[in-house]
Design a protein around this ligand. Structure first.
Ligand code: 6PG
Length: 245
């Protein structure tokens, strides 16, 4: 199921995505007694994390992961982990064991990716080759059509047999969920704001297109796929692209 919603502005996207996260959280707790969410980096999701921090939730049952990470330490201004901790995790009584950051302290990013893959396999009690089903994966989209750290025409796009791989942004290493891991999620929510995303959206939402050029096209989850677009991002898009499927 794919739902595309156009909302007036960023605050409306925060409100709507908060609703979706809380709905999925409620279902997950009722069905499985715990909720697993992978966070997006970048700037768009920050107000959503601040809004989640204001909720009164059973933090001990919530497990937080990241869909990708820049290859910097958590105290670096570019760190996705650092942003989410400041906006949300440091503000609530979530056990530190429930926070599963991507390691970025290995000299070799490939070792960090393998380490995080093992951490996920351990947490989800997976056998070799098995992919976990996270409850929610939050994603953004770059002006170039990347998502997580799956950048156009990079090797990370081709990885199908691993949970975690090394992404590459203009020669800078990233650690990222692979497309197959994202696609296993029960719910994937894209948060997209700003006119600069129009071109990427047109290529990503089109019926036919080039996934290597616009990697967000790889995200076709077996569960629910939500596109939350603000007016500025959705403007000038062919209305047929905005139809839910
Ligand atoms: C990252 C993100 C990345 C982000 C997009 C959109 O680490 O930067 O995971 O995929 O979601 O680049 O970023 P904005 O929300 O800042 O536009």
């Amino acid at each position: 199921m794919t739902r595309v919603e156009t909302l007036p502005d960023r605050s409306a996207i925060v409100q709507r995505s908060l609703e979706l996260v809380l709905d999925n959280l409620q279902d997950a707790l009722a069905e499985r007694g715990q909720f697993t969410i992978a966070l997006a980096g970048g700037s768009t999701p920050k107000p959503l994390y601040e809004a989640i921090a204001r909720q009164d939730l059973p933090w001990g049952k919530i497990h937080v992961f990241w869909g990708d990470e820049r290859y910097v330490l958590p105290d670096h201004p570019d760190s996705n982990e650092g942003m989410a901790r400041r906006a949300w995790l440091d503000q609530v009584a979530i056990p530190s064991a429930n926070i599963h950051p991507i390691p970025t302290d290995e000299a070799d990013p490939a070792i960090a990716a393998q380490k995080h893959e093992r951490q996920l396999q351990q947490f989800f009690q997976l056998g070799a080759g098995e992919f976990p089903m996270l409850d929610v994966v939050l994603l953004g989209i770059g002006d170039d059509g990347h998502t997580a750290s799956l950048f156009p025409r990079t090797e990370a796009l081709t990885v199908r047999d691993r949970l975690i791989t090394v992404g590459n942004k203009d020669g800078q290493p990233r650690i990222t969920f692979t497309a197959p891991l994202i696609n296993r999620a029960r719910t994937v929510i894209f948060l997209v704001t700003g006119a600069s995303k129009q071109n990427a959206l047109a290529h990503v939402l089109a019926e036919i297109g080039d996934e290597t050029a616009y990697p967000a096209r790889l995200i076709q989850p077996q569960g629910q796929l939500w596109w939350l677009l603000d007016q500025a991002a959705a403007e000038n898009l062919d209305p047929s692209l905005l139809a839910s499927k």
